[in-house]
Design a protein around this ligand. Structure first.
Ligand code: C2E
Ligand code: MG
Ligand code: MG
Length: 710
């Protein structure tokens, strides 16, 4: 019980000391009655600072009672709190609001106790009331912010958590509970008591998380698959960091979790679409690099070989163009199906584009092991295929390179397989071809030639040789055949067989063909000017000129420019030219014929067995292929065929020429069989300009009839 308020009278000095002390205390020291108004019988000077009322105004309720001063909402609380303390003879301590003289709310803390008389009856209360508004404000602000964060935490749509380093939850919000499929965050915290083992699908994921957090203090967009409460799997992305205490020790991890399952699924779908071919469902060329890389690694690890096969369907373009894309698509689907059926489960099939497929055959022990696999594929493709009422006998060509034998670089391997395919196609299709160094050399050579061909015309490296055609009956030269030669700056004279096919492929045959025709016409003109008579010249025309060039216009223009009688030119067309588009071919022949030139079928007999078409062709001459002259002395079959061909030509009223006559025997045989014209080394080899001129000067007799014809 404070001495100040004891009943013992104080000395004046003592009283002053206490007053000084009390007056200098923060807040208001008081003594009041235990009545309905808390009637103040003593208040210290602090009264005015605390309440804005003077001590006099409050004492004995002169102006206001302390009960009235107490905030109406808090009065009951104050009274019951003090009552219950008094009843137990305890000190009381409470916080509440009063209203100051200027109407301001002031938070106060009051501490005090009852004063009892000798019988133990309460006579008064003594205590101190302090202004705690400032502290209350800080507390309230803190509470408010805390409330805000709580609310953010609880209502966030992002999952939030605090976990111990060892893997249990300290805190989780509702969003996280929702995300992981728990009814409440509490249920989640309870059930997921070991994150290390029960959350992540990958058993190493938590360790990776911890490692990352340790290394950088945080993880960002840490994507993992996790189990939900019902054991289904979702993708999440976590952002988290470590919270340390002041000593720098790890307190806990805290962070956010986002469900990214939808995004992952669409990413995967896009990824899947990006590597899948829509039509066939096979992998597409985007997938090739990855697949190849991993199979090459596998081959390294297992010390096995990997074969890479390029497949190209033969004549697919023709089917696609003639029957339409729908049939073409169906055909590709069927082929894809067959490829799949004819490969081992470990093999990979990629649709490279168009009618090209790439096969990857891993785990081969030896290069030769690939052979049976190729045979199976080729067989499967070549089984008759029925589409839209048509039956197709598809074939394919295949080029194969082997890792690591042929190359170790992916690009090189692919280009080798492609080269081998190219060679298979050139060798007549329906073939598979394994890459080899010989093939590589061949291809290098080809590239070299192709490169040189690009400039040959401008650099005037081409020349014509002329091989006479002999009238078998009177032995004179009846015409010449122009045969092209390429005077290569490094390789010397290159025969046409070695560059015409390439020129056909690159398309440069069109310009070359025109040059040949012009040169031949010029030759006719110059011979006429020198010798005074015309000598007909035959030129060879490539099928490509028929199919792709505007052959008729070109011939017309050249004839016009050279102003020679058109009948002096014979166009030699090989049988193959008719192959692609029969109607166009026949129309073209008629138009050429209309220009007045002569037409000959070259290499007759080796192309197509069906000769019925011959009747429809406006041709003048059949040139029987030299193959039938081979070994005529002993080979009676050839002799019989020759006879049949000559008779066929005669019955169609065509002039019949035999080429490749090398011996007297062949000459006599053909003469006796009724063949009209002969050509071959037996009479003359193809002659250079100079040789031809020498011949014309020195053996004028051979040209006598041409003088007459003039
Ligand atoms: P081709 O038109 O059937 O020409 C006949 C080929 O047989 C020529 O070969 C000729 O030199 C050769 N030859 C002639 N007599 C004999 C003989 O008695 N025995 C043997 N074994 N061969 C003989 P060349 O000049 O190498 O021409 C080959 C092919 O190149 C020609 O066959 C022709 O298809 C093509 N060609 C030549 N010049 C041209 C041209 O200007 N344009 C086109 N598109 N092709 C041409
Ligand atoms: Mg010819
Ligand atoms: Mg020929």
């Amino acid at each position: 019980m404070p001495a100040v308020f004891s009943q013992v009278p104080l000395s004046e000095a003592e009283q002053r000391l206490f007053d000084t002390l009390l007056d200098n205390l923060d807040g208001m020291v008081y003594r009041c009655l235990y009545d309905a108004s808390w009637t103040m019988t003593y208040v210290s000077k602090g009264c005015e600072t605390l309440t804005g009322f003077s001590a006099h105004a409050l004492l004995h309720n002169h102006q206001i009672s302390y009960e009235e001063m107490t905030h109406p909402e808090d009065r009951a609380y104050v009274r019951t709190t003090i009552q219950s303390a008094i009843a137990q003879h305890h000190r009381y301590q409470l916080e509440y609001r009063i209203v100051s003289a200027n109407g301001e709310l002031i938070w106060v803390a009051e501490r005090g106790n009852g004063v009892y008389d000798a019988q133990g009856h309460i006579v008064a209360l003594e205590g101190i009331i302090l202004d705690i508004s400032a502290r209350k404000k800080v507390e309230q602000d803190l509470f408010n912010t805390e409330q805000q964060y709580r609310s953010m935490f609880e209502n966030a749509t992002l999952g939030m958590f605090q976990t111990t380093e060892s893997g249990s939850y300290l805190n989780a919000n509702q969003a996280l509970a929702d995300l992981y499929g728990y009814p409440t965050s509490r249920a989640l915290i309870k059930a997921l008591n070991n994150i290390n083992t029960s959350l992540y699908v990958s058993e190493h994921r938590r360790a990776e998380f911890i490692e990352e957090v340790r290394k950088h203090g945080r993880v960002r967009q840490f994507e993992s698959q996790v189990y939900k409460q019902d054991n289904s799997i979702i993708w999440i992305s976590e952002n988290a960091h470590v919270v340390y205490n002041t000593r720098g020790e790890v307190l806990y991890f805290e962070g956010t979790v986002e469900d990214i399952t939808a995004r992952k699924q669409s990413e995967q779908q896009i990824l899947q679409q990006a590597v899948t071919d829509n039509l066939t469902g096979l992998l597409n060329r985007n997938a090739l690099n990855n697949k190849l890389t991993s199979l090459m690694q596998q081959a390294d690890l297992t010390r096995t070989k990997l074969a890479i096969g390029f497949i190209d369907l033969d004549h697919f373009k023709l089917i696609n163009d003639t029957l339409g894309h729908r049939a073409g698509d169906k055909l590709l689907e069927n082929v894809a199906q067959r490829l799949t059926e004819s490969t081992r489960p470990t093999d990979t099939i990629v649709r490279f584009g168009g009618d090209e497929f790439v096969m990857l055959y891993p785990m081969l022990r030896a290069i030769n092991d690939v052979e049976p696999l190729l045979t199976r594929v080729m067989d499967a493709v070549s089984q008759p295929l029925h589409i839209d009422g048509y039956t197709f006998n598809m074939t394919c060509s295949m080029g194969v390179s082997v890792y690591p034998d042929h190359a170790t670089q992916m690009d090189t391997l692919l280009s080798y397989a492609d080269s081998a395919l190219y060679s298979a196609k050139n060798a007549g299709k329906n073939k598979s071809q394994l890459f080899s160094s010989a093939l590589a050399a061949q291809l290098n050579e080809r590239n070299y030639v192709e490169y040189g061909l690009g400039h040959a015309l401008q650099r005037e490296e081409f020349m014509l040789h002329y091989q006479p055609k002999i009238d078998l009956r009177h032995g004179g030269i009846e015409s010449l055949e122009a045969l092209i030669r390429w005077q290569h700056p490094e390789r010397g004279l290159i025969p046409p067989d070695q560059f015409i096919p390439i020129a056909e492929e690159t398309g440069s045959i069109l310009a070359i063909g025109e040059w040949v025709l012009r040169s031949a016409c010029r030759k006719i003109q110059s011979i006429y000017q020198t010798f005074g008579y015309y000598i007909p010249i035959a030129v060879n025309v490539s099928p490509i000129q028929f199919m792709r060039g505007n052959l008729v216009e070109t011939v017309q223009q050249v004839l016009k420019d050279s102003a020679i009688p058109p009948g002096l030119i014979t166009l030699e067309v090989t049988e193959n030219a008719r192959f692609k588009d029969e109607a166009m071919f026949v129309r073209c022949l008629h138009q050429l014929k209309g220009l007045g030139v002569r037409l000959a079928i070259d290499d007759f007999g080796i192309g197509y067995s069906n000769m019925a078409y011959l009747k429809n062709y406006p041709i003048d001459e059949l040139k029987i292929d030299k193959a039938f002259l081979q070994d005529l002395e002993h080979n009676h079959t050839n002799g019989n065929i020759l006879l049949a061909l000559i008779n066929l030509g005669k019955s169609l009223h065509k002039s019949v020429t035999a080429e490749g006559i090398e011996t007297l025997y062949q000459h006599t045989f053909l003469l006796d069989s009724g063949c009209d014209v002969g050509q071959g080394y037996y009479y003359h080899r193809p002659l250079s300009d100079d040789q031809l001129h020498a011949l014309m000067h020195n053996h004028q007799a051979q040209f006598k009839h041409l003088h007459l014809a003039k």
